[in-house]
Design a protein around this ligand. Structure first.
Ligand code: HEM
Length: 170
């Protein structure tokens, strides 16, 4: 009787382990694709926001409701990418905490460098958006968005190339 219950316990532990691994792998795959694909939404929105703010700044155009919405959607998309990234951080096999993490360029990149650079970029977008909201004139709103969003975009590009990841594709 004792043997059977031990056997059952062992069996359920193994099933739990295999099933847990399977769920983790599936979630990893879903979030990796989501994170990889969502970058295009961030790219498109930030590029549109930069172009419209540069045009608005240099052509002295009024700061319209469309401008405001595109800048806001860029901020939201960056924050969404941050949330997906945080979940992915706990699922990715490239995020490791051991004595070899900093020696291996891939684990070092995904455990430390990637999120630090991306967080700087997202902070720049957030600060730029908030500063633009507070300023009075259309010109200063366009100028603030143009400066902060362009630097943020450059940081994102540097972060992606630093990890030898393709800007487009995977
Ligand atoms: C605007 C912000 C971000 C962009 C554009 C971005 C972009 C990317 C790209 C292109 C990849 C490669 C995906 C692939 O292999 O196809 C990646 C991977 C990854 N990102 Fe981000 N990322 C951002 C922010 C973040 C943040 C804030 C975190 C963590 C808190 C994060 C965590 C990760 C992790 C863990 C991976 C590795 C996935 C794997 O195991 O292959 N990302 N990211």
């Amino acid at each position: 009787m004792l043997n059977i219950s031990r056997l059952l316990l062992k069996l359920s532990k193994s099933i739990y382990r295999i099933f847990g691994k399977f769920i983790k792998m599936s979630l990893y795959s879903i979030f990796r694709h989501l994170h990889s694909g969502f970058r295009y939404i961030v790219f498109i929105l930030i590029l549109v926001a930069i172009i419209q703010s540069l045009l608005g700044w240099f052509s002295k155009k009024p700061y319209t409701e469309t401008n405001r919405k595109i800048n806001l959607f860029t901020l939201i998309s960056a924050h969404t990418q941050l949330l997906i990234g945080i979940i992915l951080y706990f699922l990715s096999p490239f995020v490791q905490f051991n004595s070899n993490t900093m020696k291996d360029s891939t684990t070092r990149y995904f455990t430390v460098e990637h999120w630090v650079m991306m967080l700087i970029a997202i902070a720049l977008i957030t600060i730029g958006h908030s500063k633009a909201k507070k300023t009075e004139t259309s010109e200063s709103k366009h100028k603030t968005i143009a400066i902060f969003y362009t630097i943020a975009f450059l940081v994102i590009l540097v972060a992606i190339t630093a990890g030898h990841l393709p800007i487009l594709g995977s």
